[in-house]
Design a binder for this molecule. Sequence first.
Ligand code: XUL
Ligand code: CO
Length: 436
Amino acid sequence: MKNYGEITGIRYEGKDSREPFAFKYYNPEEVIAGKTMKEHLKFSMSYWHTIDAEGVDMFGGPSMDKKFGKIDPMEMYRAKADFAFELMDKLGIEYYCFHDADVAPEGRTVRESLENFEVMVDYICGLQKRHNKKLLWATANNFGDKKFMAGAATSCSADVFAVAAAKVKSCIDATIKLGGMGYVFWGGREGYETLLNTDVALELDNMARFLTMARDYGRKNGFTGDFYIEPKPKEPTKHQYDFDAATCLNFLRKYNLTGDFKMNIEANHATLAGHTFQHELRMAAVNDAFGSIDANQGDMLLGWDTDQFPTNVYDTTLCMLEVFKAGGFTNGGLNFDAKTRRPSNTLEDILLAYIAGMDSFALGLRTALKIIEDGRIDAFVDNRYRSYREGIGKKIVEGTTAFEELSDYAMNLTDVSVESGRQEYLETVFNNILFG
Ligand code: XUL
Ligand code: CO
């Protein structure tokens, strides 16, 4: 295999290619259903996993070195940024996402950290222009440092609430400066371990106060994109307040935050919540909150957030079906919130992992479209609910009936039957479309 330096760019070679550093299914400029594949998929690089994470886990230290030969912290972060944009060029990825802590070194004080961040945002702004890249979304890391051990907006300490606000303020400023169309809130440590020490009512109200102030600050300063909540049920806390899409939507409605806030759905978070990825996407979409996607996959035999690159084509197909049904991405995109496995520890592995993820989603896009064009599955669902298009069903849907009439109607029924759901048949249709 070639080494990282020898690879100038990953190109589409088609499904028969045996070249490891080539796309087999992702052909960025190919037009499918009125848009290029690149426009449909809007791939994004996650800065934290790709540029910073060195393979550390609970049992061992780094298996990779991402210091790029530097010792001085600012120099190191500039070298990381240079590498990031070259990597995106190699892969043909147009978007990226970051936490404040991913792109700049921590200082000794909050002030120093924010100053480092501002300097690095300017540096990245220059790189972004030169490499013709776009920020998909930014976010504040309000969970890593010790001061966030009891949460950020839901901390028992008002000082921590203020620090979290300062960090989000400066991340929103950065998002505006970089022209980002998204701003993410992942609840990090917004949750709790035991009710013995927790005032849940105050914590939830404070979280809403925080999000409301962030929204108001962003809008006042010209941020026109979407705010996203990223649901996750557990990890790091036992009870995360943003458990799943439905929980987040309930929260947003209670505190009048719908409209400005949409969902950033992550595949591995969905499965941790005991849902499928598609379920979470559908729940967001039917509640007008489909926003962006953190594309990855978990290991069903492990109970934690493994953040693997997505390679399961059934899942990418079902995901892209949901994206189509939701009308495609507007401000959002597919951010690879994924990391190479710890023993896949070379720079080449990073390229191979992104190729795997991008090709799996390209296949998902192509097969989702085949399913739509085939029409058998949609027609089945449409036909299954036909009783709501006539007679009493039509009246239910139109809101022109009431319990009295429904009761009279029910009393006169002699035979009440429900048709088969034909799940196994539909699964065969699905396979038939996928594999021909
Ligand atoms: C954590 C996670 C985060 C968010 C951004 O599980 O997914 O990386 O995407 O904070
Ligand atoms: Co994520």
